[in-house]
Ligand binder design. Structure first.
Ligand code: PLP
Length: 366
């Protein structure tokens, strides 16, 4: 009975995402699907501007404050810790360029990090800091290697919470405590984890994420979350009318308010489904995908006990494999050493079974 209820619930949920009727969509790590009500929520902002112009501003400010508080409560931080930005990369840049460095400071990251994590340190390097890029030979050792590299002392440890090319997911609590004990700031690119796995930021100093992947909320809006301790160490790199009176305020100008209308409606949906349910479904679909891939002899790069919703399978030619799956109506990405399969809560066990079987067939004839 319980499983029948679960199946009916999944069918109801899937109706909110019409693309799932047409496609086996397993590419949330590239972009999540928007639900049926998201566009209407965004349009509400433009209707307000059409009908009332700037007289509608109290509603806009109220919406910005509402979303900020909603996110803060969810993530275990305070509303003033959240700065809205356009995307993850802007958030990471704003933080990196607002921190002040001294000669000899070390910034530790994995050698194979996402470009937006690695390429933001020009000002730090001009000020004499050194970027220490740590090689990762085995995925299961990623977290340990990064922790070891900070033992010699580091100003910043910067990581992807979930690695976009391998799926390895780090424990922010463990890393955060390790960093605090050593006076190191922990800085995190959270975009490939936020919404897929439980995330608490009380041990994190700097966290940036957009909302277009696992948060299903389209492009042009992101957040930068900073702890009071991190803000104390920052002089805002960008200045404008919105941070004239506060030397630690990072928000410098207007934010993408229509996108926040959309995000609010999607948070309402996701909270209504329940974060526990969403995270449990992501976990269960991942376990099913791993079980199927074991049955079929697929070569999984992602560690079995340190993942979120990204699973990377080795393939000799990732792009050719992706194209052959696309011909079979399955959306995945070519990443890392092969193809990246990324189921979210709206997928079904049939989706992941179908994909694993198709992948095994394609690889057998490559
Ligand atoms: C780890 C990681 N960081 C950042 C990005 C880019 O995000 P944004 O466009 O929000 O900067 C991606 C993927 O698009 C990603 O996988």
């Amino acid at each position: 009975m319980a499983s029948l209820v679960a199946v009916e619930r999944t069918a109801q949920l899937r109706e909110l995402f019409p693309h799932l009727d047409e496609r086996v969509y397993l590419d949330t790590a590239a972009a999540g699907l928007c639900w049926k009500g998201h566009g209407a929520a965004v349009a509400r902002f433009y209707d307000e501007v059409k009908n009332r112009g700037y007289d509608a501003r109290p509603e806009w400010w109220a919406m910005i404050a509402k979303v900020r508080s909603r996110l803060a409560q969810w993530l275990g931080v305070t509303a003033q810790d959240i700065t809205f930005v356009s995307n993850t990369t802007e958030g990471l840049n704003l933080a990196a360029n607002s921190l002040e460095f001294r000669s000899g400071d070390r910034i530790v990251c994995a050698q194979d990090e996402f470009p937006s994590v690695i390429r933001i340190w020009n000002k730090a390097e001009r000020e004499g800091a050194e970027l220490v890029a740590v090689p990762i030979a085995h995925e299961s050792e990623r977290q340990a290697r990064l922790m070891e590299a900070t033992d010699a002392g580091a100003r910043v440890l910067v990581v992807s919470q979930t690695h976009s090319g391998t799926g390895t997911t780090l424990d922010l609590g463990v890393l955060g405590r390790h960093c605090r004990e050593r006076g190191t700031l922990l800085m995190v690119d959270g975009i490939q984890a936020l919404g897929a796995v439980p995330t608490q930021l009380d041990e994190v100093d700097i966290y940036a994420s957009s909302f277009f992947k696992w948060m299903l909320s389209g492009f042009g809006i992101g957040m930068l979350v900073t702890s009071a301790r991190a803000r104390e160490a920052m002089a805002p790199a960008w200045q404008g009318y919105a941070n004239m009176d506060d030397s630690h305020q990072l928000q410098y100008a207007h934010v993408n308010t229509p996108a926040l209308y959309g995000l609010d409606s999607t948070l309402e949906l996701l909270e209504g489904i329940g974060w526990d349910t969403i995270h449990a479904r992501v976990r269960a679909l991942g376990q099913e995908l791993i079980a199927q891939s074991d049955r079929l002899g697929l070569d999984l790069v992602t560690p079995r006990d340190q993942h979120a919703g990204i699973f990377v399978f080795r393939a000799p030619d990732g792009e050719a494999t992706r194209l052959r799956l696309a011909e079979r109506n399955i959306s995945v990405s070519a990443r890392g050493e092969g193809v990246r399969v990324s189921p979210h809560f709206y997928n079904s066990t049939q989706d992941v079974e179908h994909c694993a079987t198709a992948l095994a067939e394609v690889l057998a004839t490559t």
